[in-house]
Design a protein around this ligand. Structure first.
Ligand SMILES: [Zn+2]
Ligand SMILES: [Zn+2]
Length: 224
């Protein structure tokens, strides 16, 4: 009974796999051949390839038999494909529990934020205004420094020491504030518009279940 069920699941998987492939490829591969291959060798249930030293199988759920073999990378890609919006907030994604589609066992996924600089072509095409704002910001910063150094000579000419000190302090404060303000604006613009934030899977791990949970999981799997 269990063997029959597993065979049926393998067939369903192969059917899904065939649907994903192009019609030309589909014709080239015999369904029966695939099925026999799966039974005789340890093949990934997603890509149907064997385990290699670079591409290892991962044990992450309660599936048994040939159906349990899946590459870590294939599984990560599959889990990622289930997230509709990859730009989604990490907090929202983390909240969702992940379950094996076949045995319904929950597995642990640890996520990480990924930051990537926008590519230059896209930057020049879509973010020209942002780029100009950033360049203008840097020019204003350089301008502030030049103004600060050039006014120093004029301040030196003031004979009244008290006024001289006040003017110096005011100029220094004004320049520092403007430079700090521009720097924070620049940082914000770069972070907001030039860095692509996405979510990646850091690690997938099996959740060890006790016997009672196992029975529950098996019961659910058998019901399907
Ligand atoms: Zn695979
Ligand atoms: Zn499973």
């Amino acid at each position: 009974m269990i063997l029959e069920l597993q065979l049926l699941k393998i067939k369903i998987n192969i059917y899904k796999q065939f649907q994903m492939e192009s019609p030309k490829q589909t014709l080239e591969i015999s369904k029966q051949q695939q099925c026999q291959d799966l039974e005789s060798q340890k093949a990934c249930r997603i890509c149907l390839n064997e385990e290699t030293s670079q591409d290892k199988f991962i044990d992450y759920c309660q599936c048994k038999g040939t159906i349990k073999y899946v590459h870590e990378l294939c599984l990560k890609t599959y889990v990622m494909s289930k997230i509709s919006d990859q730009q989604a907030n990490l907090k929202d994604v983390v909240k969702n529990k992940q379950y094996c589609d076949i045995c319904k066992a929950e597995f642990q996924v640890s996520w990480k934020n990924s930051y990537q600089l926008i590519n230059w072509k896209k930057l020049l095409q879509n973010e020209t205004a942002t780029l100009l704002v950033i360049i203008a910001g840097f020019l204003i910063m350089i301008g502030s420094i030049i103004v600060m150094t050039s006014t120093r000579d004029k301040v030196e000419q003031i004979t009244n020491d008290e006024i001289k000190n006040i003017v110096s302090v005011v100029i220094i404060i004004l320049c520092c504030v403007s430079i700090l303000f521009l720097l924070s604006c620049q940082t914000y613009i770069i972070y907001k518009y030039l860095i692509i934030k996405s979510i990646k899977i850091n690690k997938i791990a099996k959740i060890e279940q006790n016997n009672e949970q196992n029975r529950h999981v098996n019961h659910q799997a058998n019901k399907q």
